[in-house]
Design a binder for this molecule. Structure first.
Ligand code: PLP
Length: 360
């Protein structure tokens, strides 16, 4: 069977995680969390990286630390993983869904402009399927309305926009290291930022709101969102191997593009300013029926695919006050993710493309 994604764990990760366990570093206490954070800060090019239990926890903590809460609105793309909206609800704020662009499937700056109100407090651009959102116009909007920018880089480790790594462009960036992400530790997350005060607040909130000066004194309500060293050890190995993994993802994406250029199938476009990290090969069919037919043909041969995310404006908890985002709705009906694992070989990719070509 060809899965949509699979983790690529080597002997190096095994060696590191064995060391962590042998030393008794199985909880958040131990050296691997620190090593993971320094490697990630270096990888992204920021002053601080703060490890968390999940990518969702990273997004939630960032909003808490940025003091976003009841009465605030946060603009989120309509096409993304549901956690982006849920974390806004966790802090008592309101998610507002803006549409995405036709070609890169990321937050459309025009739609963001249409949705800014006096209550808007933050923007959450998502680097969907590994492709950076168009940050320059978004930074402009944020500057003129004094908005916090939280980049969701959960799917985009190593992606670059105009010379800068994603996660280093907004006020803070969030990464996920869940099992299907580009770099993984099974379950885990991290926040990246250059803001010293924000980093301090995140550290406090991450540890149940405990004062850094006085043990067991808790000035605020915090969360237990600390990563363990077992996971961090795997993360250290993955970061050490990031170049190898990203190169492999690039090779897979290049082969798909070669094969699919000139067909009726559209692949997520890579902008001139952007370098995608190619998390997933995201394609769009001309009709919903085309997608369904190809999806079934691939499934018959044990080739896994996945549809795009269902639009957030149409998810039951968020339906009431939402307006329809037409581009995201169309993409959700016609979009399909093809097998994208870093270890797919040319023959496997050619085989997938052949079946797509024959059934589309
Ligand atoms: C995976 C993902 C998350 C959440 O990360 P978890 O580690 O699974 O909590 C958030 N946003 C996007 C876009 C994701 O793909």
């Amino acid at each position: 069977m060809l899965p949509v994604s699979e983790p690529w764990i080597s002997d190096r990760e095994l060696e590191l995680v064995t060391d962590a366990v042998k030393r008794g570093w199985i909880s958040p206490r131990g050296e691997y969390v620190d090593r993971f954070e320094s490697l990630l800060a270096e990888f992204v090019g920021v002053d601080h990286a703060l490890a968390t239990t999940t990518g969702t926890a990273a997004l939630h903590l960032s909003l808490v630390a940025a003091d976003i809460g009841p009465g605030d609105e946060v603009i989120v793309p309509d096409m993304t993983w549901i956690a982006c909206a849920n974390v806004v609800r966790y802090v008592g704020a309101t998610p507002i869904f803006a549409d995405v662009t036709e070609d890169s499937f990321t937050l459309d700056p025009d739609s963001v402009r249409d949705n800014v109100t006096p209550d808007t407090a933050a923007l959450m651009p998502v680097h969907l399927y590994g492709h950076p959102a168009d940050m320059k116009p978004l930074l402009g909007i944020a500057q003129s309305h004094d908005l916090f920018i939280l980049e969701d880089a959960a799917e985009a480790h190593g992606a670059i926009y105009d010379g800068d790594a994603v996660g280093s462009i907004g006020d803070a960036g969030c990464f996920s290291f869940y099992g299907n992400k580009i770099l993984t530790m099974g379950q885990g997350g991290a926040i990246t930022t250059d803001d010293d005060d924000l980093a301090d607040r995140i550290r406090t909130y991450r540890r149940d709101g405990m004062s850094t000066e006085q043990k067991y004194y808790h000035p605020s309500v915090g969360y237990n969102y600390r990563l363990t060293n077992i996971q961090a050890a795997v993360g250290v190995g993955q970061l050490e191997r990031s170049e190898e993994i990203l190169d492999a993802k690039r090779r897979v994406a290049d082969r798909y593009r070669e094969n699919l250029t000139g067909t009726d199938l559209r692949v997520q476009a890579e902008h001139p300013k952007a370098t995608s990290s190619n998390w997933m090969i995201a394609t769009v069919f001309e009709t919903r029926e085309d997608r369904q037919r190809v999806r079934s043909a691939l499934a018959e041969r044990d080739i896994e695919t996945r549809p795009f995310f269902h639009p957030l404006h149409d998810q039951p908890p968020y339906r009431a006050d939402s307006t329809v985002c037409p581009t995201s709705k169309t993409l959700a009906e016609r979009g399909l993710v093809l097998p994208s694992g870093p270890r797919l070989n040319r023959d496997e990719i050619d085989q997938v493309c052949k079946i797509v070509g024959q059934t589309n």
